[in-house]
Design a binder for this molecule. Sequence first.
Ligand code: SF4
Length: 346
Amino acid sequence: MAEEKREKGRAGAAGEKGKEGRRALLEARDLVKEFPLVNGRRGRQVVHAVSGVNLTIYEGETLALVGESGCGKSTLGRTLIRLIPATSGSLFFEGTEFASMKEKEFAPYRRQMQLIFQDPYASLNPRMNVRQIIAEPLTTYGMAKDKQELEEQVRELMKEVGIPTEFINRYPHQFSGGQRQRIGIARAIALRPKLIVCDEPVSALDVSIQSQVLNLLKDLQDGYQLTYLFISHDLSVVKFIADRVCVMFLGMVCEIGDTDELYENPLHPYTKFLLDAIPKADPKLRNEEKQLLTGEIPSPVNPPSGCRFHTRCPYAKEICRKEVPPCIQAGDRQVFCHFPLDGLES
Ligand code: SF4
């Protein structure tokens, strides 16, 4: 890695190059999301949830967004597909800027970008049966010409996600957690979107059910040519499903790279800490020397200056406290650190 051509500069979606022939589906440039702090002193404080993120999601891939809870993963996922408005920055879908579009102009793009929630029970209306839940988006977007076609589409989607069609009149409380998540997935794919943000889609499920839902997501990706942004704090799940990984800390990106390469050779100190924290099945590896993260995540209301990780990083030097790290590009990898591991130079 140290021998690879190094390009230093501001991370920019326009400058981010993928593996041959991949087309950018969604790009974010200098994306910022801040929330006013309701009870903040003087009413002027803000939560810096997402700060200057540049990111490209390529067609057909699964990009995982990882980091500790509270790092801004879910907020970034929702801001990327305009479920919540960005404070500033640009968003492009297949090359067209959509963050600044009027709502009416944005409607066709909304259909292309859907969300699967962590808690399927909370996201499914308890007063609607499966038929109504899955039919709702189809009706809203006029996807069926009449009632019969609508019924056929609903039943087809139920089959796709493995819910028996004889359960079409059942309500969410009559299903298990895994089945409810399948219904949420059916609703998300009903509009034939190109991009689905999966926000911790299996973290509320038993481990035995997790793999079934992950396999379903993979099958649907192949069948429907879907692109996933997969948000998770579980690095074992991420290793199974993701092509590339984006590591976040306190609203900023630390490192982006191919999943296998990043797991094999993390270049950002924070990535290494996260990977070291994964429990090892092999007893010989359990006693390997590893550093564990200490200290609390700093407040996103008053984030540390320079590198936001500097208050927890054992390699921090003076410059880390003063200057935001540059983006170092090594092949397909991007690392935001003044002193990356493995000898890369900033
Ligand atoms: Fe650590 Fe400095 Fe790199 Fe931040 S920039 S991760 S503080 S070495």
